[in-house]
Ligand binder design. Structure first.
Ligand code: CAA
Length: 296
């Protein structure tokens, strides 16, 4: 079987050091591929030390699994671990060439964070966000360097999924788009460039599909299992839409659907009442132990 990761160091762009904000599933995955594939030093910043420890443990487990499957050598895995450092303070991002933010999907949190990053990071640093639906232009407006702010939307699980959507904001310059694309490529990803429209492309297609599946369930027109089996066996999807929604998080699906609905004003994007109810109940999918399926 072909090696999963490049083992050379394909650094052809200006990025020499990466900062990642957030050590949850997305942040950790992004940091891991930056170190393991692009071979770049990465500093992960998260205010929550417990979350950092959990993330690093998970990364070590994934690396060990790849060593066990002879996808990478143990020296390569150790090299990856050595490239990753962690911090709880933004000041430690002062010498990175790009920050990739993967914090909570909340406009107020992101704009406050980007205003702080603008102050702490060196003037030529690129500020990228992994937002799945918030306007890049809005986030950029919280900084004094809107031309250097860009969307870099990774898919979950980051080490496995090959796509990164690159989203320039209104003011983002072409050279920033180019550098960001090159970085994503060196991380082993294929890029697409998408305008700053609600849901970009990935979620503009995925979330109405998931929402439509929830509407079928809400109306009792088919069981959850039969809806998922239809798409798995009928369309060769790796997961049915309801399983996928549980895997993404129902709160995330609802939030994205709301952003698309509110920002387009188009009723065709109205979130399903059942999706809202599940979120209200705290049934958020895999992470909470219950969504459309039970995970206990
Ligand atoms: N992190 C890292 N690697 C993971 C992983 C994780 N969380 N979960 C699974 N993997 C790896 C496994 O280790 C395994 O690797 P090896 O081949 O090296 O052993 C590989 O993925 C396949 O895993 P499994 O055999 O256990 O299971 P699978 O065949 O069902 O694959 C899956 C799992 C890749 C997640 C697959 O089910 C899948 O492709 N699901 C759909 C994922 C998807 O659509 N993601 C996009 C979500 S939307 C999004 O992210 C955008 C947004 O803004 C909401």
């Amino acid at each position: 079987k072909a090696a999963k990761f490049h083992t050379s160091a394909p650094i052809s762009h200006g990025i020499k050091r990466v900062g990642v904000i957030g050590s949850g599933q997305m942040g950790l995955g992004i940091a891991m591929v930056a170190a393991n594939v692009a071979r770049l030093p990465v500093v992960i910043m998260d205010v929550n030390k417990e979350q950092i420890d959990k993330g690093i443990k998970f990364m070590d487990k994934l690396l060990e699994k790849d060593v066990g499957k002879s996808k990478i050598t143990s020296e390569h895995a150790q090299g990856t671990k050595d490239l990753v450092s962690t911090t709880q303070t933004l000041k430690d991002l002062r010498d990175v060439d790009i920050v990739i933010e993967a914090a909570s999907e909340n406009l107020a949190i992101k704009t406050a964070l980007f205003a702080d990053l603008d102050k702490e990071c060196k003037p030529d640093a690129i500020l990228a966000t992994n937002t799945s639906s918030i306007s890049i232009t809005k986030i950029a407006a919280a900084t004094s360097r809107a031309h250097q702010v860009i969307g870099m939307h990774f898919m979950n699980p980051v080490p496995v999924m090959k796509l990164v959507e690159i989203i320039p904001g209104l003011a983002t310059t072409d050279n920033i788009v180019q550098t960001t694309k090159e970085l994503a490529t060196s991380m082993g990803k294929t890029t697409t460039v998408v305008q700053d429209v609600p849901g970009f492309v990935a979620n503009r297609l995925l979330m109405p599909y998931i929402n439509e599946a929830v509407l079928l369930l809400e109306n009792s027109w088919a069981s959850a299992e039969d809806i998922d089996t239809t798409m798995k066996l009928g369309m060769n999807m790796p997961m049915g839409p309801l399983t996928l929604a549980d895997f993404i998080g129902l709160d995330t699906c609802l939030a994205i659907m709301k952003v698309i609905h509110e920002n387009t004003g188009d009723t065709k994007y109205r979130p399903s009442v059942l999706l809202q109810k599940y979120v209200d109940a705290g049934w958020l999918g895999k992470k909470s132990g219950r969504g459309f399926y039970s995970y206990k």
